[in-house]
Design a protein around this ligand. Sequence first.
Ligand code: PLP
Length: 379
Amino acid sequence: MYKIMTPGPTQVAENVRLARSLPCTNPDLDEDFVEFYRETCEKISRLLHTENETLILGGEGILGLEASCASLTEPGDKVLVLDNGIYGKGFADFVTMYGGLPELYTVDDKNTIDIPALESFLEKSHHYKYATVVHGDTPSGMLNDISKICPLLKQYGILTVVDSVSAMFGEEVNVDKARIDFLCGGSQKAVSAPPGLTFVTVSADGKKAMDERKTPIASFYANLKVFEHYYEEKWFPYTMPISDIYGLRAAIDNIEKDTKILARHASIASAARNAVTAAGLKLHLESGFSNTVTVFCVPEGTTDKDILEAMKKDHGIMLAGSFGNLAGKVIRIGHMGENANIPDMAEVFDALNHVLKKLGVPLKADMKEVFLQSISDPA
Ligand SMILES: *Cc1c(COP(=O)(O)O)cnc(C)c1O
């Protein structure tokens, strides 16, 4: 068993694992379960600062993204796809699949989306039904400022679908203030439950857009409307994965109690970046550093595989490489959710000191030392 310090799936707390072993009722027939489901949804909404309804779907993160696109897209709809990363671009596939016409707004993938530049683009071009926005683009560690991007799109009447799967609960999310229409999350990132669930918050404007469709939603499973009357009718569109939801609830309860969660993510992320740069390694990004994952370039003279293998074999720690255009180029340390703790991160940097030296990479500083010295509030 490795210590998983990957940017999702993340470590899972014992109380979450135990909650998954509670006795199971029949989730289709037991009305107490409908209450439990709704309460869990309401807690998620509260933590994301929204009056909007949350729906938990039985499927991992990707299902939330696809269901949002499927539920909104009608043949011929124009959709603006904000793209400065792999997940950003990936949204275009969902739009196309459901008959929409994606227009990529592709910008520099080493920098966070520039708000004034987006503003000037929108002044000239704004006839879109909705836009897709990635909050944290995990393969590169890119963070985009949804608190500015989403209200800007809303000014032009453009609905937003936001992928915050790897960012929420490690980064500030205020759905109502940012006027986000569809916000997607997943169980296996900062939430720190096992993979298997996604959840989506849907605004009144989002519901209206689904109601006003002229054509039916071209999916059953990736369809948010099938949940419309579940509570009144005490009827789920399909049997809910009850043990997964028990686990999710315990993880959400943990987050609710953890009043310093965002400050801790920020402090650990900033200390991690200090450790990397002080050692003479290079961060992949120039701006938009997320607080949930640190991404550094594979140093010359070695490979991502050598680093990842030695971390596993010599130290029992699993880090991640990346994929797409970043395959082989970077190493990712996931410090989100349960992973965002000082002892585990200190262990990662201690191990990286040894592994990189062993692979012949000269280091200008002791990464563990710099990491620990850089922690601003060791809470
Ligand atoms: C993890 C993640 C998802 C969910 O995708 P999986 O690869 O199936 O885990 C979606 N969006 C982002 C940004 C993610 O990091």
